[in-house]
Structures are given as C-alpha cells and as structure tokens.
Design a protein around this ligand. Structure first.
Ligand code: FES
Length: 105
C-alpha cells in the first residue's frame, strides 16, 4: 500500500444554517492545518506512512465536523484542538482507536 493511512478532512462549508457543517467556524480548515502541521513535525507523513488530504462534503454533514481514515474506515468528529491532538497522538501516530470521538461507520 502506498500510504498506510490516508486521512480525509472535510473542509466544506454548507450554506444551510439549519444543519451542521464541517465549515462551521472554519473547523475543517483549522483541523487540516493543525493535523498536517503537527504530523509533519512528528515525521508521520510520506510514502508508506500517512497522507492527509482536504475533502469536499463527505456526506455526513449532520454529524460534522467529520474526517475519515482509510483503509481503516474510521470516522471521527471533533470539537477542539484537544480532540485533534488525541486523534493525532493515538490513532495517526500509534494506531489506537479514539473510541469517544468515533461516529458510526
Ligand atoms: S460539509 Fe462536511 S460532510 Fe458535508
């Protein structure tokens, strides 16, 4: 496998104010910058390791903000930097599932 893990972070902003969106408060864009920056510093990125990509709507807006890790198929939500840090340190770096932030597959 070219990448052991490929994380897609939704940065889409929906225009319907009645539904949650990954773009609320620029959460998706912030998560992308945060995780990419920290993962690079930790040496997690690259061939055979991790890639992090921006994605448009992943189709789970009501559960947003969301990201999905493939091929593991783990969907996460998050609310703040502490959540992002936990996903980084536990799952991206050490392959330990962060059960409290998982959303149903
Ligand atoms: S806006 Fe992120 S899943 Fe739809």
């Amino acid at each position: 496998m070219y990448f052991a893990k490929h994380l897609f972070i939704c940065t889409n902003q929906r225009n319907n104010p009645c539904r949650k969106s990954c773009g609320d408060h620029d959460m998706g864009a912030h998560a992308l910058d945060y995780l990419k920056g920290h993962a690079k510093k930790m040496g997690l990125m690259g061939k055979g390791k991790l890639r992090i990509s921006q994605a448009g709507c992943l189709g789970r807006c009501d559960e947003g903000p969301v990201m999905v890790l493939y091929p593991q198929g783990r969907w996460y939500t998050y609310a703040n930097d502490a959540d992002l840090q936990e996903i980084l340190e536990e799952d991206l770096a050490n392959d330990r599932v962060v059960a409290r932030l998982l959303i149903k597959p």
